[in-house]
Design a protein around this ligand. Structure first.
Ligand SMILES: NC(=O)c1ccc[n+]([C@@H]2O[C@H](COP(=O)([O-])OP(=O)(O)OC[C@H]3O[C@@H](n4cnc5c(N)ncnc54)[C@H](OP(=O)(O)O)[C@@H]3O)[C@@H](O)[C@H]2O)c1
Length: 284
């Protein structure tokens, strides 16, 4: 089986490529220089050249605040890109995994979002990812839409690495305490995606590590585990002055992930421990 990974030099793309290699797939990794997913002609050429059985789209315009002012670019990469991949998959008989986000939801629900809940993005990033989902679902039956959130991985800068850098500066650190979600280790996500992609059970899935938390509590756990003594101060989203609104509650219900691949991802605390341990940041 040949898998083509787009956005392969990104944080998730790196772990996805490693995981599919580990599973014995022949893996073609393309970063933006190798394949710009917004260019349909290039996408078609890449599919003709490599003949993948499966494409895993890890490319994305991922700067949530910047998307507010770069709306067209966000919709190009997060909407038109997946559309192009779905068209090429349809032409060549390949299946597609599209990575989406918890930010397709408005965050106003008082229970975890289920796969059949109605999305309602509150920012441009979420709207562009939702358009990508719909383009894929409308064009390609053999597609998996994976909504996830709060990613951290060894292959890129993320909230955990940012907190460790800030913590080392010795200054007080303010973190929002009114957004709820599930931190997710890219290695765990890649494992579940590679299992799911072999089932043929196409559709929408919610895949995150288990156990909801806030960014503030997550930061506390990071400092605690890495034995950094930090003056950690909770704040509210509305006091941060960020360009993009954020859903206040974007916890995702994983049903029917366990029914499909046989397991759920571990809790984020366990994932954080493994991440810090691999980074050499875990202090006994
Ligand atoms: N990070 C999170 O917390 C989070 C949460 C939920 C969902 N997601 C989704 O997960 C996926 C992976 O995210 P990530 O955190 O791994 O992001 P990342 O590290 O920013 O990786 C995204 C990759 O996409 C590439 N890319 C951008 N535009 C492209 C284009 N036109 N053609 C091909 N490649 C392009 C980027 O290349 P350049 O570096 O050259 O721009 C980068 O390597 C994205 O779809 C994102 O929306 C992320």
């Amino acid at each position: 089986m040949r898998a083509l990974i787009t956005g392969a030099s990104g944080m998730l793309g790196r772990d996805m490529a490693k995981e599919f290699c580990r599973r014995g797939f022949e893996v073609v990794t393309l970063d933006r220089g190798g394949l710009d997913i917004t260019d349909l002609a290039c996408v078609n050429r890449a599919f003709k050249e490599h003949g993948p059985h499966l494409a895993v789209n890890c490319a994305g315009f991922t700067k949530v605040d910047r998307a507010e002012s770069q709306r067209r670019e966000a919709f190009l990469v997060n909407g038109l890109g997946p559309r192009n991949l779905a068209l090429a998959c349809g032409e060549t008989g390949a299946a597609l995994v599209q990575i989406s986000t918890d930010y397709v939801f408005d965050g106003r629900l008082d229970r975890p979002y289920e796969v059949y809940d109605v999305p309602g993005p509150v920012n441009v990033y979420g709207a562009s990812k939702l358009w990508g989902e719909r383009a894929v679902l409308g064009l390609l039956r053999a597609s998996y839409i994976i909504r996830t959130g709060w990613l951290f991985g060894l292959g890129g800068e993320n909230f955990v690495s940012a907190m460790i850098s800030l913590g080392r500066e010795g200054k007080p650190v303010q973190v929002v305490d009114d957004q709820f979600g599930c931190p997710t280790f890219t290695e765990d996500l890649a494992r579940a995606v590679s299992d799911l992609a072999q089932t043929g059970c196409y559709g929408i899935y919610h895949i995150t590590n288990q156990n909801a938390t806030t960014w503030f509590k997550f930061a506390g756990a990071i400092f605690d585990r890495s034995k950094l003594v930090v003056d950690l101060i909770p704040c509210r989203t509305r006091d941060t002055g960020r360009a993009a609104s954020r859903p206040g509650f974007s916890v995702l219900d994983p049903f029917p992930l366990q029914e499909t691949i046989g397991y759920l991802l571990p809790r984020w605390e366990d994932a954080l421990w493994r991440y810090l341990s691999k980074k050499g940041e875990l202090q006994a």
